[in-house]
Design a protein around this ligand. Structure first.
Ligand code: U2F
Length: 572
């Protein structure tokens, strides 16, 4: 069946249910953004020009909001607790509904069992027949619940699952045996999924799929009026919970400095009295409903972060409303190795500032990332912000149209159920020919035809298509995430299988005395010094994030659409 775009959200709102603050928050958000989603649907519809879109049967099981997982989030919605996850789930549900899919929503284990047709009880009666859904969107809590209640049948159906995973999961942590043997076990488990089945809040590592969320969009008239009404000396502090204001080392200093130049506003939750962490000179509005926060941000010039929360939606909202976002640089970067918050998370990613996406993908003039311990640097940043004029800005991938486009592409093209045809084909007569490159420094293949085979003839079909592949070698100790980024490209894990071979090494003119296939998350890679080359033995371990000081990686990079890093140019 063909999926038809929907612009009316009422049936979705009915499905979401009632009785919890988290659900009310999500529904308020859906209602508020409905017109924006409607316009986006019309635009994408026109862009896709009658392209066939299969209507999928989709189950959304929001594990972290179930009573069975303890649901610690709902009671804190009105008390300054995390809202980022609720923002994202509301937007995922809306996107799936607007794209016209057949949606079932479950927020309890009982509903989950009902939808799956599993009899109540624990795992005793696993699902025997076919899975009644094409796709299941859930989270780590939901995975655990499905394991308990579906038993072994989960394994059979897991290619249909997508895990919404805020901070991301790297291949080394996802692979059960490898994680256990090499010290990558985490609190969240190792599900042996294809790591692209994990979907993140920001494009952290391309090993995962970037799901994202949306932010407010403004038309030109609104943008102009915002710019006219900006108060150059007004700052809003990022942090809705008093603990985020704890005056740690140096913080009193920089808030005072800020106050010398600007009127400081906050939206910190409080019960009866001003929290002691919030200085008296701060004009505290208390926790605001989302639309009132937007109104406040429209007047403010500066949105300032203290270092926590990490990687939330609020900085994007501030920038979309014409603020400059000022945030601390982390030196050394925070990670699961050195920071409590990230400890036990299934990633080794190094977080270079409070909001690396804002730092790397947006940057100046909208974002300034400075060392807060350097009072001169901080001081001059504030002065620069007060005299800089910026327009409201929202990256395309965080608009409703951008999110719809991305989710549409994933749903229609990502397939983790069909086995992938081997490459190079075992009995192929067409020999893969790599051009002799200028040496192992940095080789870019201009397009796939340089690989010596016609993608349609002998290469198995792939998404992203092979035409987007650009092979390059990283530096020693550099990951493919970074190597591709440096070349203004994106590492594409789906294309590893085409470069995991001797021909690719030859193409880069790598000198190998030995070529060995191993189970190692930094392979394919090579060592120039030891003239050793390693290919990947287990496709589950193809990793863009993997790095080792001993090796240079073979990196399958690809191009990307403007403002939509998740999709290559020919990916729609
Ligand atoms: C992030 O979660 P947070 O909820 O702490 O992220 P924020 O950036 O603070 O913003 C979430 C939403 O809260 C809203 C605001 C944002 O959309 O509009 N809000 C509001 O409605 N009223 C207010 O007064 C202030 C903000 C992240 F998203 C999570 O994934 C992480 O778990 C968490 C910890 O790193 O940070």
């Amino acid at each position: 069946r063909q999926a038809a775009f929907r612009t009316d959200l009422s049936s979705l709102l009915d499905q979401v249910g009632t009785g919890k603050e988290s659900l009310s928050f999500m529904k308020r958000r859906m209602r508020r953004l409905a017109p924006q989603w409607g316009t986006a649907a019309q635009r994408l519809h026109a862009k896709l020009r009658q392209r066939w879109r299969e209507q999928k049967k989709i189950l959304v099981h929001v594990g972290f909001l179930t009573e069975e997982s303890g649901d610690v989030f709902s009671p804190k919605v009105l008390k300054g607790g995390p809202l980022g996850e609720m923002v994202q789930w509301a937007d995922i549900l809306t996107a799936l509904h607007v794209l016209g899919h057949n949606l079932k929503i479950s927020m309890s284990v009982k509903e989950l069992q009902g939808f799956l047709g599993v009899p109540p009880g624990r795992g005793s009666c696993p699902l025997t027949g076919p899975l009644p859904f094409d796709l299941i969107y859930t989270d780590y809590h939901g995975m655990q619940q499905m394991k308990q209640h579906m038993g072994l049948s989960l394994k059979r159906h897991k290619c249909h699952i997508r895990v919404i995973d805020t901070f991301g999961t790297e291949p080394a942590y996802n692979h059960e045996e490898y994680a256990t043997l090499h010290g990558y076990r985490s609190n969240w488990g190792y599900w042996n999924l294809n790591t692209r089945q994990y979907m993140t809040m920001f494009p952290h590592t391309p090993d995962n799929s970037f799901m994202g969320f949306v932010s407010e969009e403004l038309n030109d008239t609104e943008k102009r009026s915002i710019m006219l009404n900006k108060v150059n000396s007004m700052a809003v502090v990022y942090g809705k919970e008093a603990s985020m204001w704890k005056l740690q080392q140096g913080k009193e200093g920089f808030l005072q400095t800020l106050h010398r130049y600007m009127e400081v506003h906050g939206t910190v939750y409080y019960e009866t009295q001003r929290p002691p962490e919030v200085p008296a000179f701060v004009k505290n509005h208390g926790l605001l409903p989302q639309h009132e926060l937007q109104t406040l941000l429209r007047r403010a010039k500066l949105f300032i972060g203290f270092g926590f929360p990490y990687e939330g939606p609020a900085p994007l909202e501030a920038i979309a409303n014409g603020c400059i976002y000022l945030q601390p640089k982390f030196r050394p970067p925070h990670s699961s190795l050195n920071h409590e918050f990230f400890r036990g998370k299934p990633t080794s990613r190094e977080v270079s500032s409070q909001h690396p996406y804002a730092e790397q993908y947006i940057g100046r003039p909208h974002v300034m990332t400075v060392d807060y311990n350097n009072s001169q640097e901080f001081d001059s940043a504030i002065r620069e912000i007060m005299r800089t004029k910026v327009e409201p800005y929202l990256p395309y991938e965080y608009t409703c149209e951008g999110m719809l486009e991305r989710v549409h592409a994933y749903i229609q093209h990502q397939d983790f159920c069909s086995p992938e045809a081997p490459f190079p084909p075992a009995n192929s007569s067409t020999k893969t020919q790599w051009p002799s490159g200028p040496g192992p420094q940095f080789v870019l293949l201009p397009n796939s035809s340089a690989l010596g085979w016609a993608p349609n003839a002998s290469a198995p079909p792939s998404w992203p298509p092979l035409s987007s592949l650009r092979l390059l070698a990283s530096q020693d100790g550099q990951s493919c995430v970074e190597a591709c980024q440096r070349a203004h490209l994106v590492c594409e894990p789906a294309l590893f299988r085409f470069v995991n071979n001797k021909e690719a090494l030859r193409g880069l003119a790598v000198q190998c005395e030995v070529v060995e296939a191993e189970v190692n998350h930094v392979f394919p890679a090579f060592s120039v010094l030891r003239r050793e080359c390693g290919l990947q033995k287990d496709p589950l371990l193809y990793s863009c994030a993997g790095l080792s000081p001993k090796y240079r990686r073979l990196c399958p990079c690809r191009d990307s659409r403007r403002g939509q890093v998740a999709l290559c140019r020919d990916c729609l």
